[in-house]
Design a binder for this molecule. Structure first.
Ligand code: SF4
Length: 354
């Protein structure tokens, strides 16, 4: 039987567990009040008696992650490297990123250690796949960032809150479907992190059957790593397209449930000479449904050994203008944290593999 984890246990489960251990059930709420603030360190739980802490430490997984290092970018972005506390040490490290802005604190979380999908422009894709994260390990990334903010308030107006979550870190979330769905339910649970589905975005390379199930189970904001609207090119840039091509993707996007005034985001990384020409633009205009979708153009963040170059600022801006002139909402995403390799597609744990 799996050991329960403090990061994912519900109040009712912990109350029942406490009773079964001969401990007073009311302690469960006290423990989870600390947990919900981000604190998984039993020593920090001041109103919990030593005996309760000892039983918890012996029978429950208290800390799924250990913070190994933290880097801070000039723009305030923070990148965290965590070690997974597992008996099976073949799974080692993952990364998460905090992007602080004036009125929001967004945490970008990982759902797998490495990624199997091998998109050739992506740094994470060059890392050996080491496995899926559990729901507890996914949510514990958010808790760890909350705890870090408690220790080091940086944006007083945010009261150190994590307000938004994006599943855009390491891995393909929908390739780890069950654990990711469980983690979404934990993030949204009334007695846990209480985040509205409008504040959570899941980014996928386009696993169409899983997108449909996501729409039925937890219809959070959806982002698609599109990167080309031409099948032959997308087969190379996003190899999962060989299995789930653009026509299948189109069908699943047409039926994904949208919250009021929300759009599906089509992510499009601008690669010089690869997907930034006239035929690419024409195909993209054909593909997009402007009523339900918008395009987010991403500046390519290069990394050592990358075979790709980013499009120039001029080409990127012209591309955006052309989309807008066709009635398509298009933005150019400001890159955050690229001086610490925390920007989109750059996550790769330095200690992740040999
Ligand atoms: S872009 Fe996403 S799906 Fe593709 S290799 Fe990178 S992490 Fe995996």
């Amino acid at each position: 039987m799996n050991i329960p984890s403090l990061a994912s246990i519900s109040l009712t489960e912990l109350q029942d567990w406490m009773k079964a251990q001969g401990l007073p059930a009311f302690r469960a709420k006290q423990v989870l009040d600390w947990r919900n603030k981000g604190l998984l360190d039993l020593d920090a739980m001041k109103n919990i008696p030593k005996q309760v802490k000892e039983v918890l430490a012996e029978h429950i997984q208290v800390q799924p992650l250990t913070l190994v290092s933290k880097q801070k970018s000039e723009d305030g972005t923070r990148k965290y490297l965590f070690a997974l506390n597992r008996e099976n040490q073949s799974l080692k490290h993952i990364e998460s990123v905090l992007i602080p802005e004036k009125e929001r604190g967004t945490v970008c979380i990982s759902s797998q250690a490495g990624c199997v999908l091998d998109c050739p422009f992506c740094h994470t894709g060059t890392q050996k796949f080491e496995g899926n994260l559990s729901a507890a390990e996914i949510v514990a990334q958010v808790l760890a960032v909350k705890a870090d903010l408690l220790d080091d308030p940086m944006l007083p107006e945010l009261h150190n809150q994590v307000t938004h979550i994006v599943y855009m870190g390491m891995g393909e979330p929908l390739a780890n479907e069950m654990e990711v769905f469980d983690s979404l339910n934990l993030l949204m649970a009334e007695d846990y992190l209480k985040l509205s589905r409008r504040r959570i975005t899941l980014s996928t390379s386009g696993l169409v059957t899983q997108i449909e199930r996501l729409g039925q189970d937890s219809p959070v904001n959806l982002a698609i790593s599109l990167h080309s609207a031409i099948n032959e090119k997308r087969n190379i840039l996003v190899p999962i397209n060989q299995k789930h091509d653009l026509s299948k993707l189109r069908k699943s996007l047409n039926t994904y449930p949208l919250a009021k005034a929300r759009h599906i985001t089509l992510e499009y990384v601008m690669l010089a000479g690869e997907n930034d020409g006239q035929e690419d633009l024409d195909a993209l205009v054909q593909f997009v449904n402007p009523e339900r979708e918008r395009v987010n153009l991403i500046r390519f963040n290069t990394y050592p050994g990358s075979a790709y170059q980013g499009s120039s600022t001029n080409v990127t801006n012209e591309f955006a203008k052309s989309l807008i002139s066709k009635g398509i909402r298009a933005t150019v995403r400001r890159s955050r944290g690229d001086d610490i390799m925390a920007a989109c597609g750059q996550l790769k744990t330095a200690k992740g593999h040999s």
